[in-house]
Design a protein around this ligand. Sequence first.
Ligand code: SF4
Length: 221
Amino acid sequence: MVSQTLNEIYQLLFERLGPQHWWPGDTQFEIIIGAILTQNTNWTNVEKAIANLKAADWLSPDKLYHLEITRLAELIRPAGYFNIKAKRLKSFLGWLFENYDGRLSNLESLDTFRLRDELLAIKGVGRETADSILLYAFDRPIFVVDAYTARVAVRHSLIEPGADYEQLRELFQLNLPEDVQLFNEYHALLVKVGKEFCRPKARCPGCPLEKLPHNLDAEYF
Ligand code: SF4
């Protein structure tokens, strides 16, 4: 029943909204940097920060690892919270260089949940960031959860209000086929519907999921 509803939601979203082409980024490293920079800001600001790094030719693990943190903070200023995010990028790079010789390719052989645990142990890397890195940079079958996911799931009675991150991740991950491309597209579609329709004040008329039973009393936020 849950699987059926999740599939129906996906079909309706995909038919109406089409492919979302996530995650924007030319390289695996750029996707990781974007996942760390996008915390608490919108993507347009992240793009500006990444453009600064590219223009200065700093966008490689080795170069960023050796870049002075104050200069890094300056370059990523458009992404907001730039001092904190510079520290987070440095923490990620420190872990990569201290444990894996600075090579992303050395992470490929790690089991998905071992890699997840290691990412989560890095200061400033939370679940959503770690899972975005796993799914979008490493093509691992992990479902990424965010506020939009929670809102749609609760309003469509798929989970109780107040469900935590892991409960939401498992709801999707355990009830859908283990398919990286499906998880990639599904998360992106939930973000799209969350931004355009399933906002804190829901705009159900015209929403791709309008015909499915939903309950706006079951507020998540
Ligand atoms: S806006 Fe309404 S129909 Fe659309 S996802 Fe949210 S609760 Fe469902």
